[in-house]
Structures are given as C-alpha cells and as structure tokens.
Design a protein around this ligand. Sequence first.
Ligand code: XMP
Length: 510
Amino acid sequence: KILILDFGSQTTQLIARRVREARVYCEIHPCTMPLSEVKAFEPKGIILSGGPASVYAEDAPTMDKGILELGVPVLGICYGMQIITHLQGGKVARGTKKEYGPANLDIKALAGPFRDLDGKEPHKVWMSHGDRIEEMPGGFEPLAVTENSPVAAMANHERHMYGVQFHPEVVHTPQGAVMLASFVLGECGCRPIWTMHNFAQATIDELKQRLDGKKVICALSGGVDSSVVALMLHKAIGKNLTSIFVDNGVLRAGEVSEVAGIFRETFGLNLVVVDAAKTFLGRLAGVTDPEEKRRIIGHTFIEVFEEEAAKIGQVDYLAQGTLYPDVIESVSFKGPSATIKSHHNVGGLPEKMRMELVEPLRELFKDEVREVGRELGMPESIVSRQPFPGPGLAIRIMGEVTPEKLASLREADAVVQEEMRNSGYYHKVWQSFAVLVPVKTVGVMGDERTYEDVVALRIVDSLDAMTADWTRVPHEILARISSRIINEVQGVNRVVLDISSKPPATIEWE
Ligand code: XMP
C-alpha cells in the first residue's frame, strides 16, 4: 500500500483516487504523522501532496525528516517536492512570479514517474505554484524542464526519490494518471490488486465473521451509499439485518415503491418501510425557515428510526454508509468554517442510539462504492443515482411545505428526471432538479389570464459538490422540460433556469 502525506492541498484526494485507479490501495494521512506510525503503516511508497504554503512561511507544514530516510520510494508533488528539497539541503526560491496553468513538459529522462511515457513529444502538464527549486539537494538531477521551470521534475535514482513541480493528479495533466501509476507500480513495486471485486468479497467475508449471530439495523435511503451497505450486509448475514426505509413525505415520485421493489423483491432484504409522511408534514406545517426545516426533518427522522428499531428488540450494531472522504483527517490551515447549511443524513443516529457501528465503506471513494454496487448486481438506477438531500423536496420548496406544493414539485421533478434520462444528460451532470418558487406571476393560457407559481431548473456540473457550475444543457432539452412542466403541472405557468455557480450560490436553494 501507498501512504499519501497531506500538506493541505485541495487536490490531495485526487492523488488518492488516481492511485486507487491504478488498483493500488492507499491512505491519506496528515503530514504531521509521526515516524513510528509511518513505519507501522509499512508503505511500499510515499507520496507528498501539494500545499498552499511556502516552505519559508511561518507555521509552514512540515514532516519528520526521518520519513525520507526509510529507504521507501518517495514522490513529492509541488509543495511535496519543495519540502524534499528544503529538508535535504537544497534551496527553494520564493517565487517572484506565480506559475499557474498549462505548461509543456520537456522530459530529459524516462525514469521514475515518467518511465512509461513517450519522451519524444512535450507533455502538457498543469502548474500551480509560487516557489520554485533553485538548487536541488545532493544526489538529485533534473528529470524535466518547462519554459519557466528549469527543474520541473527531479530525481535521485539511487534512492528512488522524485519530485514534480506540476500536478499529475488533475485532469489538466493528461498523462498524469500514467505517471502516478508508473510510480506506484513500477517504482514502488505495488501489485494492482485493489479491485472492487476483491474488496466486495473480502469485506463480505469479514462481515460474516465479525457479525456472526448478531443483529444489525441500517437506515436505507435509496441513495447509493446506504444501498450498497445494506446489500453487502444482506449478503453477509441475511435476515439478521433489518433495513429501515423511512418515508418522510418529502421523497420524489415513485421512490418508495421503487426502493421497496428492488430491495425487498429483487434482493430479498428484510426491509421495513415506515410511512411517517403524516408526522413529518405535520411538523413542517407553517415552517418557512430553511434551517428550521432541516432541524425538524433531522430530529423526526431519528425519532421515527428509534421507534422502529425498538420494535425489533435487541440490536447489536448500526450499519452506516460512511465514506473515506468523511474519515480523512484533514490538515487545516484555516479556522473553522461557518455553517452554511446543517446537513441532514443519518449523522445524528450513532450518538443517540449508543450502538456499535459497522461502516463497511469507510475506505472507499464514491466512485468505488458505485463499482461495488455493480459488482453486487445492483441496478444502474440506484448505482448511478444523482445525490438527493436528506431533507428531500422540503428544501426545494421555498417557504412553507404544503401538500399541494409538494404535489406540484413532485410532478415537475418527475418531468426533469425523465427528460434528463431520455436525453442522456442525467449521467453527464452532477444533479438536475426542479425548485418550486411560490411567487405568483401572470401568464396566459388560451384566452385566460393565469396567476401561478414559478418552477426553477437547477442543473449543475460538479466533482464533489464543494464547487459547481450550471450545466450548459442544449436548448432543445430545456425547451422540452419547460413546455412539459407548464402543460402538465397544475399551478405552474412559468419555468426559469438557474445560472448561478457555487460559490457564491449553493446547489440547493435552501
Ligand atoms: P449545497 O446546496 O450545500 O449542496 O451546495 C451540496 C450537496 O449536498 C447535498 N445536500 C445534502 N445532502 N443532506 C444530504 O445528505 C442534506 O441535508 C443536504 N443538503 C444539501 C446537495 O444536494 C448537493 O449535492
């Protein structure tokens, strides 16, 4: 396995994703990881991430020098390369000019991360740094140059130590994935055995052993994470797992029957569907504040779930779809960030229920979870489902949630889903949905004046929901969605398109 030490770069997780795509297991740890822990980890190779700081800055993140003496191959990326240089007696110059954007890499030697590349053509790479290497540490030689960087990559062949000034992990470095694969497979000698087929089998076997004779419950939401968790546990312990699906009254059209159909009928899960719509909608009546809506839905969910769990009797474990990005200990150089929205998923459950947790997806990235789902034979309608927020349609109706507004939004949402799927755009975007804006505007239908609500379309591209941009969907598709909503949905006479990016807007409207 590979150890990635994080110096605070925005793209550290991408490094891990690329390594995993090369079918090698890796973990991200803070750069402050003590030498003893690094040794205990027994990495076959170490990758040092980039970072926002300058090695000379006060409080600049650093690492135990001894890690570089372990005799394990090391690849430093950007700041990672500068820290190697800094700690080994080379010189990093404070950049007077920042280098940001594409550059052409002229490779001098096909070694280290470049061993599998074609050295004839210059390779496009993505630069993003202020400082640069002025003097390499002893034993190093330049591996590649760019117009602005005489040391765009360096190597100490004897010690299998490499540094690159650019970012191989981002898509703007087209050969970057090959470079990282070359490093972990070629230089570090890792075997490409991290596959989701192997993972699924091994994990199900482990769960079988660990949970033998135990009772487990899980909350199934129909999203990909909880679905994969439920199915894995079902394969491991069968009827000893009870899955609870709470209908909170703010789900999309047809969702309850779809999820019940797939999990109960196709997969034979022991599934309890709780119709709690009345309770949720009752408590939401008259509530207009977004945070208040989120709070009510979160609390009510826990309450309903606990009640159902109590009916089952003795339960030993609670299974959850925690993913690797939730687990990574982050290196933060900024203060705590303000609460923009209080997210509701099943986050509040474990503390309240004081149960032991099973989190079989803790090591996985989202893409890997999807692959596991496919391995287990889960239908594509679940596996590649767009994210849907815990508070559901309640935060897509501005202001009060009423049964009438819910009905309108459900219909409008169904139209968006259907047209996005039919046009093949559903899988190309991060999310596509309708928002009900209860602002009356004037329209005309036949000879009649209408005075009805607005539906906004929110269709965005994103990699991780942290940032997003509105998708340039072809006008014909938008036209079809618009005319269908206006014709089919009662109480709506106007459709508008949301063309805001995140930031400064957010993806959801509340
Ligand atoms: P925002 O609106 O903050 O959304 O840009 C970012 C992503 O998170 C989803 N979202 C939620 N997911 N519980 C969830 O599980 C929530 O309370 C919640 N609120 C927003 C949103 O759909 C988008 O993908």
